[in-house]
Design a protein around this ligand. Structure first.
Ligand SMILES: [Zn+2]
Ligand SMILES: [Zn+2]
Length: 267
């Protein structure tokens, strides 16, 4: 089975297309199962400080859940109700409350912010020059490790998103990868193989090959996602991702139902 578990819609404010437009591409391209994972409202900010165009609003969230559930009833492709939730230290109980209010099939945990800096945003790219890149990587990996350990997430999104703009340290990253996959394994989270990196300056799938090999050797399970922000991006790069997984030793991918994990043979 091949799935695409990371799909956004226009509800988040920075993607185009309705749920139906994304589903139409999945049907056309013969995907067996997809999951929507639009951005959870920025629960960690005071309402007045929430920027427009990053995530769904609080008012949108129940509308999104309803719309996905309606689609599930008629779709010829299996549709899952997922969500992509930011991890921000200190705001765990707020997040837990929000997640419990809806019957999600899975929750993807992401780190897009480091101390309020939206480091994957092209408009904030000048802030990389204020960092020692190795220290930045250490900080980022510490955050994804902490996120995994909260127990609030099923899947860790684009696990080395920090490489997006090609700011790469000269140091060997394997020790960071190895520590991280050990924590993922202990925390029982899946690692996402996310093809959006192929469309970014780094031009590489998240995670890096060594990171994926480390995950395989620890027995960390994986999910697949295109991170589509446009209907035509549904399934984008998944054939490459499957080859990449096989080269690292993987033959299985995980899917989810009401936050229970199912292991499937990858075709
Ligand atoms: Zn997005
Ligand atoms: Zn993301």
């Amino acid at each position: 089975m091949i799935t695409d578990y990371h799909i956004h819609t226009k509800m988040c404010g920075h993607a185009t297309g309705d749920l139906e437009d994304y589903l139409a591409v999945a049907i056309r391209d013969g995907l067996e199962e997809i999951g929507f994972s639009d951005h959870l409202p920025l629960y960690f900010l005071p309402p007045a400080a929430i920027p427009v165009g990053y995530a769904m609003t609080e008012a949108d969230l129940p509308v999104y859940v309803d719309a996905v559930q309606r689609l599930q009833e008629t779709s010829p492709v299996r549709v899952k109700l997922g969500v992509e939730a930011d991890y921000v230290p200190g705001c765990e109980s707020k997040l837990e409350k929000l997640l419990k209010a809806y019957p999600f099939d899975y929750v993807i945990g992401s780190v897009h912010f480091i101390d309020g800096w939206s480091f994957d945003n092209q408009e904030e790219i000048d802030r990389y020059s204020q960092w020692d890149i190795w220290e930045l990587y250490e900080r980022y990996f510490t955050l994804i490790q902490q996120a995994a350990m909260t127990g609030l997430f099923d899947i860790m999104a684009h696990p080395d998103l920090i490489k997006k703009f090609n700011y790469l340290p000269s140091q060997d990253l394997m020790p960071l990868y190895e520590d991280t996959v050990q924590i993922f394994k202990r925390a029982g989270v899946c690692m996402e193989v996310n093809t959006a990196g192929l469309r970014c300056p780094v031009q590489e799938i998240y995670p890096a090959p060594g990171f994926l090999r480390a995950a395989f050797s620890q027995g960390v399970e994986v999910t697949l996602g295109s991170d589509a922000h446009h209907p035509e991006q549904v399934g984008a790069g998944l054939p490459e991702a499957v080859n990449f997984l096989k080269a690292a030793g993987y033959s299985e991918i995980a899917s989810f139902k009401r936050r229970d994990r199912i292991i499937n043979n990858m075709l």
